[in-house]
Design a protein around this ligand. Structure first.
Ligand SMILES: NC(=O)c1ccc[n+]([C@@H]2O[C@H](COP(=O)([O-])OP(=O)(O)OC[C@H]3O[C@@H](n4cnc5c(N)ncnc54)[C@H](OP(=O)(O)O)[C@@H]3O)[C@@H](O)[C@H]2O)c1
Length: 287
């Protein structure tokens, strides 16, 4: 039986490593990226190394939910079953910029796109789960969520400014942990487990071009970040171990299950978050 995983941001530092680890484990990959040329090159390279597996590239810019939805619909039209979804694409900025739909760009890329893909592909993941005994969703978060003490859901989509020290980015990632906890029970009834993961400080484009942090932090960053291979191994081992011990909804940081942020378990926050995300993702202006 062929296993299919959808992976976003597979052309990035951690995403490229996750794609290789999945291929090592015999996963066929449906790769969603914004750069068609980078994705095509990656498909060519993976196909050479893993000639027994299928690799397909889909293009989507996560700054535009219509583009994300179109990729999801294309995958749904081509595949009846999917067995895993890795929402890896992520982005950090110190500038207040907006998606095509007018949402703060970090919330759009880090939160809305994964939410839309999770919800849109649930029907295919559920079908995959029926045939394999379980599917899984892995949503990329960060340990930086611990710096967030409160979420102002009413202003999160259109804040007046970007908070320093990556706090707007961290808040967008915390919303990922919140929606993971909110969706886990409903997904479990369909045989789908869901995880939020923090790769830990990892040497990639993102940390090399870190924005919104003091110069000293930038100087120290190369000393604080770790090798992408090692961090990805820890991450994937953590996910595999959570799957084999039948956990779901947990936050896995550097391969180990970590205490979840208390806001992620707040019923009222979960309700506010899912109401907002449903509105932004599914009541938007069509393309
Ligand atoms: N590195 C760390 O220390 C660290 C720590 C905690 C969490 N994380 C999270 O881990 C994930 C992977 O990060 P990374 O370190 O591997 O970063 P990276 O090397 O910068 O890769 C980010 C990926 O996201 C894609 N992406 C960015 N904006 C996009 C958009 N508008 N539409 C579609 N794709 C977009 C990038 O595409 P392009 O290839 O086209 O640029 C790239 O594939 C992210 O979610 C990040 O937030 C990283």
């Amino acid at each position: 039986m062929k296993k299919y995983a959808v992976v976003t941001g597979s052309t990035g530092g951690i995403g490229a490593q996750v794609a290789k680890r999945l291929a090592d484990d015999n996963w066929n990959l449906l790769l969603i990226n914004r750069s068609k040329s980078k994705a095509d090159a990656q498909v060519q390279e993976l196909s050479k190394t893993y000639s027994n597996l299928e690799f397909h590239a889909y293009q989507a810019d996560f700054m535009d939910l219509n583009s994300v939805q179109a990729a999801a619909e294309k995958i749904k039209s081509e595949y009846d079953e999917i067995h895993a979804l890795y929402n890896i694409a992520g982005y950090m900025t110190n500038n207040l910029t907006h998606s095509v739909q007018g949402v703060e760009s970090q919330l759009a890329v880090n939160t809305l796109a994964p939410y839309l893909l999770t919800k849109s592909l649930t029907v295919r993941l559920a079908k995959g789960a029926n045939l394999t005994g379980g599917s899984h969703v892995v949503n990329f978060s960060t340990s930086m969520i611990s710096s967030i003490k409160g979420l102002d859901i009413s202003n999160i989509a259109t804040p007046e400014k970007i908070e320093g020290m990556g706090k707007t980015y961290a808040a967008a990632k915390l919303v990922v942990n919140v929606f993971n906890r909110a969706l886990k029970d409903e997904l479990a009834t369909q045989g789908i487990s869901i995880f939020a993961v923090d790769p830990g400080p990892t040497k990639t484009q993102m940390t090399e071009n870190m924005v919104g942090v003091p110069w000293l932090f930038k100087v120290l960053m190369p000393l604080m970040t770790k090798d992408v291979n090692k961090q990805t191994n820890k991450l994937m081992n953590g996910v595999k171990s959570a799957i084999s011990s039948k956990q779901s909804g947990v936050f896995i940081s550097e391969g180990k299950v970590k205490k979840e942020h208390k806001l992620a378990d707040d019923d009222q926050i979960q309700k506010q978050v899912t109401t907002l995300l449903d509105k932004l993702c599914f009541s938007r202006q069509p393309a």
